[in-house]
Design a binder for this molecule. Structure first.
Ligand SMILES: [Zn+2]
Length: 437
């Protein structure tokens, strides 16, 4: 059996020496970043705004010039398909999103889409006819900053949400998703979902510091962290800050404060993969000279292993109960969301790992701590992801930055992972040498 690595190394392989054009990829990234560019060097291109429409027009235009067929579904998801030799074969799909956070960067999402475009351009330049079709998807509203739910387009595609549910969501000005989608001309006729995929690969900046810290260029992503979200309300008693002796207080903020430390220690006990965060706290009455009688806080816990995450869940409940008992408080802890850990398809992970080995890039295996379209697509198709470093691990920020050579390396891994799935026969190259499309 030929592994992707063998295929790349073998001297008679027509595709082993194939590489993307890193400069062309970089130019496309910089061109797209002009649409909604911010003074600090970032991008503000919220889902389904006029700017999102302009960004879509630009990228769809590029995809059309590759000779790909363009389809748009009812959620505004865009699919560009470059036909393969076998008309019955399922598409090998890649992609990501081009909507951004309100003060977002040039690379989050945009990189995955434009790396896919660069793969199509590279296949065309080399005159390669694949067995399976190769496609690029642009998923609608991944960021979830203008409309919830987050990852709405890929979620609808995967059947997590109905199209009606997604279309009805309103932004803060009361504008419905469906109306905004129609206004930019991207409510397409293609049914949402039901598209059989051979595989889905998504290239993305890491959005964390691990690759950069370890001097690695590629992250072979094996899955994504499971997540549990909680609302937690501490109730004690409001009291005057002066006359109330210390031993007579029922200070809800002390309970919350101990909880912050307790969940940090809890996550550290589940190192290196456990995560626990308190990102929101509301103190009542929030007055300088009143002992706080009520605190509302959130807890976000993550782990790649659902069994470990369930253990963290039990430890969280135990910690809350012990603190409440000790301080004479009431603690109402409610789980409000639970997304199980996802383990990416082993054959897709193998394709990414094989390509990375063959290309010789320093790499490590890792799990995604953030949400991505790939996590929903993994529910309906064999999936994996490729991470590349971003500067200081910073994302969702205008200063988000990445090195051209790292982006090029990730796109090369994407190219060869796709070829490992889409090119099964020996006749790799169109003998005529004719350019495709
Ligand atoms: Zn993203």
């Amino acid at each position: 059996m030929t592994t992707p690595a063998d295929a790349l190394h073998s001297p008679e392989s027509a595709t082993g020496s194939l590489r993307v054009d890193g400069a062309r990829l970089w130019l496309s990234l910089m061109e797209l970043a002009k649409v909604g560019a911010t003074p600090k060097g970032g991008v503000r291109r919220l889902a389904l705004t006029d700017l999102d429409g302009q960004g879509r027009d630009l990228v769809v235009g590029w995809l059309r010039t590759t000779g790909s067929r363009i389809e748009i579904d009812g959620a505004g998801n865009i699919f560009a398909t470059r036909p393969g030799r076998d008309p019955a074969a399922r598409v090998v799909l890649t992609g990501s999103h081009i909507d951004t956070q309100p003060s977002g960067g040039k690379f989050d999402g945009n990189y995955g889409v434009l790396a896919g475009l660069e793969v199509l351009r590279t296949l065309n330049d080399a005159g390669i006819v694949t067995d399976n079709p190769v496609g690029v998807a642009i998923w609608t509203n991944e960021e979830g900053s203008r409309f919830v739910p987050v990852m709405g387009g890929s979620g609808a595609f995967a059947g997590v949400y109905t199209l009606e549910h997604v279309r009805q969501q309103r932004d803060i000005d009361g504008i419905a998703f469906g109306d905004a989608l129609e206004a930019i001309g991207y409510a397409g006729p293609t049914p949402v979902g039901g598209r059989a995929l051979d595989a889905y690969f998504e290239a993305h900046i890491e959005q964390g510091p691990v690759l950069e810290r370890e001097d690695k260029i590629v992250g072979v992503v094996t899955g994504a962290l499971g997540l549990r979200w909680y609302d937690c309300i501490w109730t004690g008693q409001d009291a005057h800050a002066g006359p109330t002796p210390m031993e007579a207080r029922r200070d809800a903020l002390r309970g919350a404060s101990r909880m912050v430390e307790a969940i940090h220690a809890l996550a550290v006990r589940h190192a290196p993969d456990g995560r626990a965060t308190v990102g929101f706290m509301q103190v009542s009455p929030n007055s300088r000279n009143v002992v706080p009688g009520r605190v509302k806080m959130t807890v976000d816990m993550r782990h790649p292993d659902d069994g470990q995450l369930a253990r963290m869940n039990r430890e969280l409940g135990d910690a809350a109960a012990a603190i409440a008992r000790d301080l004479g408080l009431e603690c109402d802890l409610q789980q409000v969301d639970h997304v199980p850990a996802s383990r990416f398809d082993s054959s897709c992970v193998d394709a990414v790992r094989g390509a990375t080995h063959a290309l010789g890039y320093p790499h490590r295996e890792m799990v995604s701590g953030a949400g991505h379209d790939a996590i929903y697509i993994a529910r309906v198709a064999p999936t994996s992801m490729i991470f590349v470093p971003c500067k200081d691990g910073i994302s969702h920020n205008e200063i988000e930055d990445a090195r051209p050579e790292h982006l090029e390396a990730g796109a090369n891994v994407l190219l060869h992972a796709i070829l490992a799935r889409a090119l099964r026969s020996s006749a790799a190259t169109d003998p005529s040498g004719a350019k495709y499309g």
